[in-house]
Design a protein around this ligand. Structure first.
Ligand code: TXA
Ligand code: MG
Length: 332
């Protein structure tokens, strides 16, 4: 069903809410990526999310809420730090991990005693949660370990036939998955870098320590499998280089697409095939997955990414790229 992203038709939202309340699955946009939603308190409906995605039962999903009040109903305690962060960044791309209340079934959190909650922005996401009247469990609407969808077509390419309804509200505004922050211990831990940067978090929490994941961390952490090394990967074999000089040294570029991210110039000599440039962190965030999906659709032999500089403003984009690609040397 096509809906206007700013003013979604109330009858379309009502229909989607009806499907959700009946135990069905609805894919729809948040400001970050499209999510595959089910009512979070409905264990059987949530089980269908895992089945549709082929998602391991060990990987917990995020619960989407309309506001702080609904978030509080999903957790056993709502600490001051959660209140401060939610007031500052919600609705928006910040997910908070807290201790889980009994009404959220085990399956949502992969049996862990915690739950990840966020209030997404955007009138489709907010309208749908409000009309459903329940928190909505929703991972990104892709097959497990594939790229997150930023358009309805990406959702259908992966999951057509396994979803009761998709609300197509066009491309998502932010394009990268939310920042995930664990508030259950001291110090606070950033589990997944994202659109809300660690700088923004630190400035919202003066005096509070924040543990960051090491750049390119490839250690599999069972507490947040989004951090696994191979995740968010295109189907096309994908490699990375750190500079356009390194790219220039690759002589066989037959069937290769190049995605150059950040400033740096790119040698354009044939037989170099398509070249995509994403210049700023915002542009890269918004278009990275779309560009990777597009390259996948071209059926190329390989994708080569020229990495953006290792600077804080590129942290989230680099995090996703380090998972989606391998160093070029490993292709040889
Ligand atoms: O922007 C987003 O976050 C999108 C939209 C749909 O909201 N959702 C999304 O969900 O990216 P998903 O399932 O693809 O990624 C959720 C991440 C995973 O890395 C998961 O392991 C982590 O959040 N996570 C969920 N619940 C958790 C918990 N209780 N403790 C630690 N990590 C958790
Ligand atoms: Mg995902």
């Amino acid at each position: 069903m096509t809906v206007d992203p700013e003013q979604p038709d109330p009858s379309a939202l009502a229909e989607a809410a009806r499907v959700l309340r009946g135990g069905g699955l609805v894919a729809s946009a948040t400001e970050t990526v499209y999510g595959l939603g089910a009512v979070a308190t409905d264990e059987r409906a949530v089980a269908q999310i895992f089945a549709a995605k082929g998602r391991p039962a060990s990987n917990p999903v995020i619960v989407h809420v309309a506001d702080i009040g609904q978030a509080r109903s999903c957790v056993v305690a709502w600490p001051e730090v959660a209140e401060e962060l939610a007031r500052r960044f919600w609705p928006g791309p910040l997910t908070l991990v807290l201790n889980r209340a009994g009404r959220i079934p085990d399956i949502v959190s992969a049996g862990q005693p915690t739950v990840a909650v966020r209030a997404p922005a955007g009138n489709v996401a907010r309208g749908l949660i409000e009309r459903t009247g329940e928190p909505i469990a929703a991972p990104s609407a892709n097959r497990s370990n594939r790229l997150s969808p930023t358009r309805c077509a990406h959702v259908l390419a992966d999951l057509e036939g396994q979803i009761d309804l998709v609300l197509d509200s066009g491309p998502t505004a932010v394009g990268l998955e939310s920042t995930v922050l664990d508030l259950t211990g001291e110090p606070l831990r950033l589990l997944r870098p994202g659109p809300i940067s660690s700088r923004e978090l630190e400035s919202a929490l003066p005096g509070r320590g924040l543990v960051l994941p090491a750049a390119g961390e490839s250690v599999e952490r069972p507490t947040s499998p989004g951090r696994m090394a191979v995740h968010y990967a295109p189907r096309t074999p994908s490699f990375r280089v750190d500079s356009s000089e390194e790219l220039a040294r690759i002589s066989d570029r037959q069937g290769m697409a190049v995605i150059a991210i950040g400033a740096g110039s790119v040698p354009l000599a044939p037989p170099l095939t398509p070249v995509f440039r994403l210049e700023t962190p915002d542009e890269a965030s918004r278009h990275l997955y779309e560009t990777l999906h597009h390259c996948d659709a071209l059926g190329l032999r390989s994708i080569l990414v020229v990495m953006p500089p290792d600077r804080p403003e590129w942290h989230a984009v680099r995090d996703r790229l380090l998972r989606a690609t391998r160093p070029v040397a490993s292709s040889e």
